[in-house]
Design a protein around this ligand. Structure first.
Ligand code: C2E
Ligand code: CA
Ligand code: CA
Length: 545
C-alpha cells in the first residue's frame, strides 16, 4: 500500500511495499510513483493519471521494477481521496506474477500442441484468418501447405509412445528450419502439419523442395534410423480459395493423391483435383442412400479350377447402378465408402446377400464356394468372427463354403490385431484368401499362425504372361511360396488362352477372368455352370496334355 500526494510523490508506505520493491522505507518515501514502473510501463503514466482524474478510481495492470532490477507484473488500484480540503492518492498494489504464469500456461494449453510446442489448429486458423483478410485487402501473397507423414501411422504403434513423439518433435524442428520467422508452422492433428507462408506459388515451391530435402534424411527414434515419407499439398490465395476453410480444403485435396502414392512428393491444387474431390463428395452423398434405394446388387464372377475346368466357386463383386449416372465402378465407390465409414454397412449387406444366394444355389445342388471381399474397417470389428459364425448357422451353409478375401496391404497394416481376428475366423473353418497378392509390402512371415487357403495373384502380374520375363518370374515365385505355405493359388484377370496355358504348366490351381466369364447376375451363374459342365463332357478339353 502506498500513500501519495496528487503529484504522485510517495508520502507513506507499509511493510509489504518495502518488501515488494526491496527498497528501505525511508528511501521509498519521497520517491515518485512513476519511478516504480518499468521504463516501458512509464509511457502509459499520463494516460492512467488522466483516467484517474475523471473516474476518481482506477484499477489497471502494469509492470513494476524492484531495486535489484527485476520486473514483476502488478495489479494496481488507485483511489483519489480527499481529507480536510487536501487530495491524496491511495494506491494498493498486488504482485500478480503467479497469476500471469498461470494465464500463460492456460494460453499455451489452449493454443499449442503439447508434444511439438507448435501452434495447434485453433491458433493456426486464427492466424490464417488474419492473413487471408490481409491478402484480400492488399493482395499480399499467401500460401497454405499441408504436410502428411504417410508412414507415421504405421510406425507409431510398433515404435511406442515416447519414440513416436520424438519423431514428431524432430519433424517439427525440421519444418521450423524451412520457413521464415513471419511464416507459421502448426500441428493440426496426428501426422498432419500445416504451414502458412507469406509467399506466392514460386516461393512456396522453393519451401516445398527444401522440406522434401530435409525430410529425406533418415530420422532417429527408439535407437533406430527410419525413413519417413513426407507429402505436401499446396493451395494459393486467391486462385485455390479465399477463406481459411477453402484454402485448407484445397490443400487437403492436393495432398490426398500424394499421400496414397509411394514416395515423397509435393502437389499444387489444380481445378482437376478440385473436380475429383467434388465427385467424391457427390458419390459419398448418394452412396448413403444407395442401400435403402435398392441400387446395389452383387454380381458373381466364376473361379475355374485349372486342371479340371470346373467352376469351383464365384467371387461376389459389388455393383451400383445410380438412378441418373448408371453403373458406378466399384473402384470408384468402394474407396469412398471406406473413407467415410459406409463400408461397414455395405460390407454387411454384401455378406448377407452373398450367403443368401449361396444357400439358394446349394439348395439347387450347385456346390460352389462363395468368395466375399472384406475391407480393413470390417476386419477391425471385434465381433467379426462371431458375426460370421452366426450368419453361416442361420443360412445353414458350411464354413468351408465361404472364403473371405482380404487385400494384402490391409492384412499387413494392423497385423497384430488382424492376426487374432483372422485366426478366430479360420478356426471356424472359413477359408481365407489374400487378394492382390504381390502388390503389397508384406512378408508372409508376419502371417504365420494364420491359415491362408488361397493367394490371389494380382492381375498386373498375370497381364504380362507369358512373354514378360519379370512377371513370369514373380508369378512362379508366388506359386512356389504358396506351395511351401500349404496354400493354393488363383490367377486374377486371366484374359487369354496363352496366359491360361502358362499358369497350367506352372501349377497354378485356379483362374478367374474374362477368358472364362465376366462377373454376372446370380441368375446367369447356374446356366453358366451347367453349360460349362456339358462342354467339359463333350470336348474333354481340360485334360492336361
Ligand atoms: P478385386 O477384388 O481385385 O476384384 C477383381 C476385379 O477385377 C473386379 O473388378 C473384376 O470385375 C475385375 N476383373 C475380373 N476379371 C478380369 C479380367 O479378366 N480383366 C480385367 N481387366 N479385369 C477383371 P471390380 O468388380 O470393378 O471390383 C474392383 C474392386 O472393388 C475389387 O477388386 C475389390 O477390391 C472391390 N470390391 C468389389 N466388391 C467388393 C465388396 O463387396 N466389398 C469390398 N470390400 N470390396 C469390393
Ligand atoms: Ca477380390
Ligand atoms: Ca484382386
Amino acid at each position: 500500500m502506498l500513500f501519495a500526494d496528487t503529484e504522485g510523490r510517495i508520502l507513506e508506505c507499509n511493510e509489504r511495499a518495502v518488501e515488494a520493491y526491496g527498497v528501505p522505507h525511508d528511501r521509498l518515501v519521497g520517491r515518485a510513483l512513476a519511478d516504480l514502473r518499468t521504463p516501458e510501463a512509464r509511457r502509459h503514466l499520463q494516460e492512467d493519471l488522466d483516467h484517474l482524474r475523471t473516474a476518481g478510481a482506477l484499477t489497471f495492470e502494469t509492470e513494476h521494477r524492484r531495486a535489484d532490477g527485476r520486473h514483476f507484473p502488478v495489479e494496481a488500484s488507485v483511489r483519489l481521496i480527499e481529507d480536510a480540503g487536501h487530495a491524496y492518492l491511495l494506491k494498493i498494489i498486488r504482485d500478480i506474477s503467479e497469476r500471469k504464469v498461470h494465464e500463460a500456461r492456460i494460453h499455451e494449453l489452449a493454443y499449442f500442441d503439447p508434444v511439438t510446442r507448435l501452434p495447434n489448429r485453433d491458433l493456426f486458423l486464427d492466424r490464417l484468418t488474419q492473413a487471408a483478410a490481409m491478402a484480400q485487402r492488399d493482395g499480399a501473397p499467401l500460401t497454405v501447405m499441408l504436410m502428411g507423414l504417410a508412414d507415421f501411422r504405421r510406425l507409431a504403434g510398433p515404435l511406442g509412445e515416447a519414440s513416436s513423439q520424438a519423431l514428431l518433435v524432430e519433424a517439427a524442428a525440421r519444418l521450423r528450419r524451412c520457413v521464415r520467422a513471419e511464416d507459421s508452422v502448426a500441428r493440426l492433428e496426428g501426422d498432419e502439419f500445416a504451414l502458412l507462408l507469406h509467399a506466392d506459388a514460386r516461393g512456396a515451391e522453393r519451401v516445398a523442395m527444401q522440406l522434401l530435402l530435409r525430410f529425406a534424411d533418415p530420422f532417429t527414434a527408439g535407437g533406430q534410423r527410419l525413413a519417413l515419407e513426407c507429402d505436401l499439398g499446396i493451395a494459393c490465395h486467391p486462385d485455390d480459395g479465399r477463406s481459411p476453410e477453402d484454402l485448407l480444403r484445397a490443400a487437403r485435396v492436393a495432398l490426398a493423391p500424394a499421400l496414397t502414392e509411394k514416395g515423397s512428393a509435393y502437389q499444387f491444387h489444380t481445378p482437376q483435383l478440385g473436380l475429383a474431390a467434388r465427385r467424391r463428395i457427390e458419390i459419398e452423398t448418394c452412396l448413403r442412400d444407395a442401400l435403402a434405394r435398392g441400387e446395389l446388387c452383387l454380381h458373381y464372377q466364376p473361379q475355374i479350377e485349372i486342371t479340371s475346368g470346373r467352376v469351383a466357386g464365384v467371387e461376389a463383386l459389388m455393383r451400383w447402378r445410380h438412378a441418373d449416372w448408371g453403373w458406378v465402378p466399384p473402384g470408384e465407390f468402394i474407396p469412398v465408402g471406406e473413407d467415410c465409414g459406409l463400408i461397414d454397412a455395405l460390407g454387411d449387406w454384401a455378406l448377407e446377400t452373398a450367403l443368401t444366394q449361396l444357400a439358394d444355389w446349394r439348395a439347387q445342388g450347385l456346390e460352389l464356394r462363395m468368395a466375399v471381399n472384406l475391407s480393413a474397417a470390417q476386419l477391425r470389428a471385434p465381433d467379426l468372427p462371431d458375426d460370421i459364425r452366426h450368419r453361416l448357422a442361420r443360412h445353414a451353409v458350411p464354413p468351408e463354403a465361404l472364403e473371405i478375401e482380404i487385400t494384402e496391404s490391409v492384412t499387413m497394416r494392423d497385423i497384430n490385431q488382424a492376426r487374432t481376428r483372422l485366426r478366430a475366423m479360420t478356426d471356424t473353418g472359413v477359408h481365407l484368401a489374400i487378394d492382390d497378392f504381390g502388390t503389397g509390402y508384406s512378408s508372409l512371415a508376419s502371417m504365420k499362425h494364420v491359415r491362408v487357403d488361397l493367394l490371389k495373384i494380382d492381375m498386373s502380374f498375370v497381364a504380362g504372361l507369358p512373354e514378360d520375363a519379370e512377371n513370369a518370374a514373380i508369378t512362379a515365385a508366388i506359386i512356389a511360396m504358396a506351395e511351401a505355405l500349404g496354400a493354393r493359388t488363383l490367377a486374377e484377370g486371366v484374359e487369354t488362352a496363352g496366359q491360361l496355358a502358362w499358369l497350367r504348366a506352372h501349377g497354378c490351381h485356379l483362374a478367374q477372368g474374362w477368358h472364362f466369364a465376366r462377373a454376372m447376375p446370380a441368375d446367369d451363374i447356374a446356366a453358366f455352370c451347367r453349360e460349362r459342365l456339358s462342354t467339359l463332357h463333350s470336348h474333354n478339353e481340360w485334360r492336361p496334355q
